[in-house]
Design a protein around this ligand. Structure first.
Ligand code: PMP
Length: 286
């Protein structure tokens, strides 16, 4: 069951007009929210990021957080899996084709759900391969825009090379992955690039840094150079659907000893424990 502009329906029945600005210009933003045991995970943070993305494209939020929470709740209830991930899409609506913002147009709102499967154990045991490539996206990567063509092309470059992710480099520094944030481990210290306009402020990125702080894991939030990426002990990727995964090959060379490292093992366990605590409700914000 999906939600589209006020109605709930099977996805096969959902229709949007071809003049939707999402289709014509990629003029919209989105969110991806994981749901565990039917409870949305970090919903408040995702809704705040949605607000920031909408502000970034100068589109009024069509719903209050309370309304979004209710829509999310109904979609979760209307779909089969206990663990799901939800896409929330908002576009600038349907209007005659013109770059200029249309007046008095109602935004298109779309929510869909997919079953959420944890990354396979085998993959966590071996780690995944990544490539490096130059970050050729725009300068507002902090906006979660639906216009994902650069990310699509970058990620496909990784797939074509037999890898799962592209680690992006801009002017000698790492920004993020094509669909994830990237952490580097160097001299037993966890390194994370600072949030700015060149990367998406990941919700999982925040959790990892919170876990590092509360568990006294040495960490630094600062620019991470290409050299540090290439000589890393460990590389980790994070995202709401992939959680934390070890990158064990970069550009066909082993990262560190080529096996998932101790920082990954520790953060992975802490993340699972944190998830359980939140889902049991003791530390829940929702
Ligand atoms: N950067 C990009 C470009 C992404 O697409 C994603 C995944 N949505 C992330 C980072 C990770 O963000 P989050 O942890 O909120 O899923």
């Amino acid at each position: 069951m999906i939600y589209l502009n006020g109605d709930f329906m099977p996805i096969e029945e959902a229709r949007i007009p071809v003049l939707d600005r999402g289709f014509i210009f990629g003029d919209g933003v989105y969110e991806v929210i994981p749901v565990y045991s039917r409870k949305p995970f970090r919903l408040a943070e995702h809704l705040l990021r949605l607000q920031n993305s909408l502000d970034g494209i100068r589109l009024l939020n069509p719903h209050s957080d309370k309304e979004w929470s209710s829509l999310v709740e109904q979609i979760v209830a209307g779909n089969e899996s206990d663990d799901q991930y939800l896409y929330l899409h908002v576009t600038r609506g349907v209007a005659r084709r013109d770059h200029a913002f249309p007046k008095d147009v109602v935004p298109t709102v779309f929510i869909m759900s997919n079953p959420l499967l944890a990354p396979p154990r085998e993959l966590l045991a071996t780690g995944v391969a990544a490539i490096t490539t130059s970050d050729n996206r725009w300068l507002r990567c902090d906006i979660k825009a639906i216009s994902l063509l650069p990310n699509v092309l970058l990620r496909q470059m990784a797939i074509d090379a037999g890898a799962v992710e592209a680690v992006l480099l801009r002017e000698g520094f790492m920004t993020e992955g094509a669909a994830s944030n990237i952490f580097v481990v160097k001299n037993e210290i966890l390194l994370a690039p600072p949030k700015n306009n060149l990367m998406l402020p990941g919700i999982t990125y925040d959790i990892v840094l919170e876990l590092a702080a509360t568990n006294r894991i040495p960490h630094e939030v600062r620019s991470v150079s290409e050299y540090e990426v290439r000589t890393a002990q460990e590389l980790l990727l994070t995202s709401s659907t992939k959680e934390i995964m070890p990158i064990t090959r970069l550009d066909s060379k082993p990262v560190g000893d080529g096996k998932p490292g101790s920082m990954f093992a520790l953060l992975y366990q802490l993340y699972q424990d944190y998830k359980m605590t939140v889902m049991r409700g003791s530390a829940a914000k929702f």
